[in-house]
Design a protein around this ligand. Structure first.
Ligand SMILES: *Cc1c(COP(=O)(O)O)cnc(C)c1O
Length: 340
């Protein structure tokens, strides 16, 4: 079992969700001023929500325990029973959230194939908008994701997508779980990537290193309704300032350093390619590589934690430094030699 801050020799590449709060973050959490956030009384939660809203260009923010809940509350705020949202086949809100929109919101997804670069073909998006006719669900929302599968959607594409949605009277939601990875990669502000969207959800618990928490951003009227959705979903927390303090610490200390994770992903991809593997060039902190049977088990046996599968996803984050990457590559090479 892995202890609190005891990482031993393990290199954990399963996800950037595995990061543990640093000593500085824990100190900020321990010292946080708190109140009952369901009454709106928690000063640290209020500060985080206001700061994130300002940072990303929205009127208000709302703290959630998880990104799944934040996305679901957004879907339920944009869409009512019998409404529909347009979404990528590979999108988290469609594929990895247990069908929550349908189960709890009576909202129908209309999935659209993601192209290899992660975008949706906007002609396909437009063609999927249903006419106003009682045979059809009412198409209400376009939901995008950035980054998606570690890939960055650029500003020009996002603007075109938002323009299309506005022209066709659709609301827009951005699942920006890793929006700061996209911003750091593109060398632009996260705010510029959120521009024009009606709502954005951002994870504090991935590469930013907080133990839990996501933020939903939108205008005041949207957030007022999202608070109701959060209540329905059981997500009101009390002295949540403990978590908000971690979020504030993460925004202050852990955004710029995402560039290190991207550099380490490059390093890892280069090593895998040099060892003869079929690797996709990483854009942010995820490396995808085709591997033979036995590869993942060999890595795990050598204290390199990965999720198994023929197309392995390896994720870099703040608990993985260049030395750890080299250790992972030693295990990669030893598998190669054993197989040869
Ligand atoms: C992780 C993730 C979420 C959900 O966040 P949780 O806090 O794990 O519920 C949503 N969208 C994307 C793209 C994610 O990667």
């Amino acid at each position: 079992m892995i202890g609190d801050n005891e990482k031993g020799n393990l290199v954990d590449l399963r996800s950037d969700t595995v990061t543990r709060p640093s000593a500085g973050m824990r100190r900020a959490m321990a010292e946080a001023q708190v109140g009952d956030d369901v009454f709106g009384d928690d000063p640290t939660v209020n500060r985080l929500q206001a700061q994130a809203a300002e940072l990303l260009g929205f009127e208000q923010g709302l703290l959630f325990p998880s990104g799944t809940q934040s996305n679901l509350a957004a879907l339920m705020t944009h869409c009512g029973r019998g409404d529909e949202y347009l979404v990528g086949q590979q999108a988290h809100t469609y594929r990895f959230e247990a069908g929550g929109g349908a189960v709890l919101g009576s909202i129908q997804p209309q999935p659209i194939a993601n192209r290899p670069d992660g975008t949706l073909d906007l002609a396909e998006v437009e063609a999927a908008i249903k006419p106003d006719d009682p045979h059809f669900a009412r198409t209400r929302l376009l939901a995008l994701e950035n980054t998606i599968g570690g890939k960055v959607l650029k500003k020009e594409y996002l603007s075109e997508a938002v323009d299309l949605a506005k022209r066709r009277n659709l609301s827009t939601h951005l699942d920006g779980a890793r929006i700061f990875n996209a911003a750091v990669k593109l060398g632009v502000s996260a705010k510029s990537l959120c521009e024009g969207f009606d709502s954005v959800s951002v994870c504090l618990s991935k590469g930013l290193g907080a133990p839990a928490g996501s933020l939903l951003l939108g205008n005041a009227e949207f957030i007022a309704r999202a608070i109701r959705a959060r209540k329905i979903l059981g997500g009101g927390m009390r002295q949540a300032g403990i978590l908000a303090a971690a979020g504030l610490y993460a925004l202050e200390h852990n955004v710029g350093r995402l560039a290190n994770d991207h550099a380490n992903a490059e390093r890892l991809a280069r090593g895998l390619r040099d060892a003869g593997y079929d690797v996709e060039a990483p854009q942010t902190n995820m490396v995808f590589v085709k591997v033979p049977p036995g590869f993942a088990d060999h890595l795990v046996n050598n204290e390199i934690l990965v999720l198994s599968g023929p197309r392995l996803r390896l994720v870099t984050h703040l608990d993985v430094d260049a030395v750890a990457i080299e250790r992972a590559l030693v295990a990669v090479r030893s598998f190669r030699e054993k197989a040869a």
